[in-house]
Design a protein around this ligand. Structure first.
Ligand code: GLA
Length: 739
């Protein structure tokens, strides 16, 4: 609910557990009033009436007034600290006093309130256009507050879209140059947040290839801590989400936690700024490192959304809000399909580039026999692609591998009752390719300067419309011709030498190009699903999830490493988007030998996939795989759509215990994996959550054998009677069903 008091000129935004308030001051500036948890007994018309008379930003003991908490911080008005927007104007539309010179460009922007309106159809920039409905399409209120510089002809609209049931406000900016000259934005965040002083404990993730999503918790000092990507994808190094709380005031299931995530997959930045006064601000949006947003006369720009929220129930509460928001309001959910993500087979680690019809057909028969529902052919099926040195860009079937074309394999996969999927990396080209030989000018580069290759590839210039169009036509033809149900959409390098026909706008144009390709393909082929991959988990965010169904989280498939990666992933992203494979006993990334049970127990925590060399498995092993897959299909509705609790995090006792429970408490899945064995230490029993106290639950093992029976009350007070001293690699997945 959004309300405005015309007397105090205060806006109150009310969500299920939280509020957000700001006020128009006597100079028509927007000042942040507060953001936090509402008292439990608050009535819907309980509001805050404005700033307290003791304004912290104008204290008697200081002559500096730049602590003023403007809702939008603009360079010129607030120069000493980070601004949300920094604009450069080529002229000053005012007469100069005698002896003055113009001091161009003018870097002074001041935004003053003009009007506001509450609407229910507002969309942030780069919102999906594929038209596939998300699960929950009920309209949401958006407050739009229009501001203008008193002198320059620039309008800025601050947008706040409310998802009250998850305590989430999406924030974005709409910019409009109504003047006669081009205005450039050197800094353009999607919004800035003001948090209560002392909210300095930051939870985030870091990583690299094969080690994505490592969780970290750190205490911020005075100054600015920056998380960012400086490439054309979201980044392995970190990920655009955060949680913040007062140190000691929040834990997994308790305490006030602020959280945020960017709906954007390119060069982004989140700057956590603690002022000397301990005021805490978060600025997030386009990375200003090389971006420059030029607004021509009459041009408008709408930024993507910064998804923000605050909750009273700890880091777990923040994660569950992110999950539910993504599941219900972000993910495309075609009604044509079964509700759940299919069990996939991907032959990358079984075949690498050694593809043939016979080999793939045999894999597909074994995969189908064990219960796989989607068969995906990975890299190597096209052009001259016999290694990663050649072929990218030539999206035509490799005749030496598939002399009869791909049709025979597709037909076999369909005959076996599976869907067919294909790996593509549409943004890239190998210099050793027909495409590059025909169009060496189609890649990012500065003419006459070196073109640095990474994994022997260069990046296509999506600033050129003809390039995006060319790629669309190729992918469109592939989907139509081979009845493709699934693309694994990869992106395997960082950006260097970002020279483009689009100039510095390439950072945004590339992301817009990728999104538009996905949106157009999905609109034209409603049966197509897409998995986002970028050398593993390099492109995961709330923006890409608006047009992809799942993501590849990491090339690291070692279950013990994976358990940490998945825990970090679960901080912000839901299990139904997390593709997780069971691969070989002898792991290809780490060389570690791990049991099949452990590998399945870890992979079944997300969207199960199989990546093993099935042709080298015995009949008995294949039967074991089949038994696990059948089990996964029984627990899948709970894993993919349930509410997730991290009952025990790795950092506590070296084990990870996760529960998924259906909202009505009728079924749950309990999963434990021991990563480190601390000799002599017994872990506490993990108490389940979200069950019904009065109900009785049967606890079933993989083969549906009832191993225990207890009431919800007992399970939520005493926990499950399982071993709490376990060796490294001990794992268990149990299915709880109300009887
Ligand atoms: C990337 C992906 C892998 C695989 C290879 C193929 O590294 O993350 O899963 O698809 O490319 O070259």
């Amino acid at each position: 609910m959004i309300s405005f008091n015309p007397t105090t000129r205060t806006f109150n935004l009310h969500l299920q557990n939280s509020y957000y308030a700001f006020q128009i001051d006597e100079q028509d500036r927007l000042l942040h009033t507060g953001w936090g948890i509402r008292p439990r007994d608050a009535a819907s018309d309980d509001v805050v009436s404005g700033l307290s008379p003791h304004l912290p930003f104008d204290p008697p003991w200081s002559f500096i007034t730049q602590y003023r908490p403007d809702e939008i911080l603009t360079f010129g008005d607030v120069t000493a600290f980070q601004a949300t927007l920094k604009a450069s104007f080529p002229t000053l539309p005012q007469p100069l006093a005698a002896g003055e010179s113009a001091h161009l460009p003018v870097r002074d922007l001041r935004l003053r309130y003009l009007s506001h309106v509450i609407v229910t159809d507002a969309q942030p920039g780069l919102a999906p256009t594929h038209g596939i409905p998300v699960e929950n399409t009920t309209p949401r209120e958006t407050l739009r507050v229009r501001l203008k510089d008193p002198v320059q002809a620039i309008f800025v609209t601050l947008c706040y879209r409310l998802t009250p049931e998850h305590d989430i406000i999406e924030r974005w900016l709409e910019l409009e140059n109504a003047g006669a000259e081009t205005v450039t934005l050197d800094v353009c965040y999607f919004s800035s947040l003001h948090l209560p002083n002392g909210t300095t404990e930051l939870t985030h993730v870091t990583g690299t290839w094969a080690r994505e999503f490592t969780p970290h918790r750190e205490r911020l000092g005075i100054g600015t801590r920056v998380l960012e990507s400086r490439s054309l994808q979201t980044s392995h190094n970190t990920n655009p989400f955060f949680m913040l709380n007062r140190p000691g005031h929040a834990w997994e299931e308790t305490g006030t936690v602020y959280f945020g995530a960017l709906a954007y997959s390119g060069s982004w930045q989140m700057a956590f700024e603690q002022l000397p006064t301990l005021h805490m601000r978060v600025h997030a949006g386009y990375n200003p490192s090389d971006d420059q947003l030029a607004l021509a006369p009459g041009e408008r720009h709408t930024t993507p959304a910064f998804v923000t929220g605050v909750c009273p129930d700890g880091w777990g509460g923040a994660s569950r809000r992110f999950h539910a928001f993504t599941r219900e309001r972000v993910l495309p959910r075609p009604v044509r399909d079964s509700r759940f993500r299919p069990v996939l087979y991907n032959g990358w680690e079984a075949s690498y580039f050694d593809l043939s019809y016979a080999g793939q057909a045999e894999l597909s028969r074994k995969a189908a026999a064990m219960g796989v529902e989607l068969f995906c052919v990975d890299d190597g099926w096209f052009g001259a692609r016999r290694s990663d040195h050649a072929g990218l860009g030539d999206w035509f079937v490799r005749a030496d591998a598939f002399p009869e074309g791909l049709e025979a394999l597709v037909a076999e996969v369909h005959r076996l009752g599976m869907k067919f999927g294909l790996w593509v990396e549409p943004e890239m080209v190998n210099p050793d390719s027909d495409l590059y030989r025909a169009h060496p000018e189609w890649v990012l580069h500065f003419p006459g300067r070196p073109r640095t290759e990474s994994r022997n590839q260069l990046i296509l210039d999506f600033g050129r419309e003809e390039v995006v169009e060319y790629i669309f036509n190729l992918l469109d033809t592939l989907v139509g011709r081979y009845a493709i149900s699934f693309f694994k959409w990869d992106m395997n390098r960082l950006a260097t030498e970002p020279g483009s026909v689009a100039g510095q706008a390439i950072w945004r144009r590339h992301v817009a190009g990728v999104y538009s390709l996905m949106d157009r393909l999905r609109a034209k082929h409603p049966g197509l699903d897409i998995q986002s991959c970028s050398g593993g988990g390099g492109r995961v965010d709330v923006g890409i999830l608006g047009r992809t169904d799942q993501v590849w989280v990491s090339d690291n498939t070692d279950a013990l490493d994976r358990i940490r990666i998945q825990e970090g992933y679960s901080l912000a992203y839901p299990a139904r988007t997390m593709e997780a494979w069971v691969t070989h006993e002898h792991n290809h990334q780490t060389g570690r030998v791990l049991s099949l049970g452990l590998r399945f127990d870890v992979a079944m925590r997300g969207v199960l996939g199989i990546g093993s060399s099935l042709n080298q498995l015995s009949e008995a092993e294949l039967a074991e795989y089949a038994r696990y897959i059948a089990f996964y299909k029984r627990i899948r509705p709970v894993v993919q759509d349930g509410v997730q609790y991290r009952l025990e995090r790795l950092e506590e006792f070296g084990a990870s215990v996760v529960e998924y429970v259906l909202p009505d408490g009728s079924e749950a899945v309990f999963s434990v994996v021991v990563r480190e064995y601390l000799i002599g230490v017994a872990r506490p029993a993990a108490l389940l959550k979200g069950l019904r106290s009065a109900a009785t639950y049967a606890i079933l093992d993989r083969d549906e054998k009832e191993i225990y029976r207890a009431t919800g009350y007992e399970l939520m007070t005493l926990g499950l009677p399982l071993e709490t001293i376990g060796p490294v690699g001990y794992s268990r997945t149990l299915h709880l069903k109300r009887v």
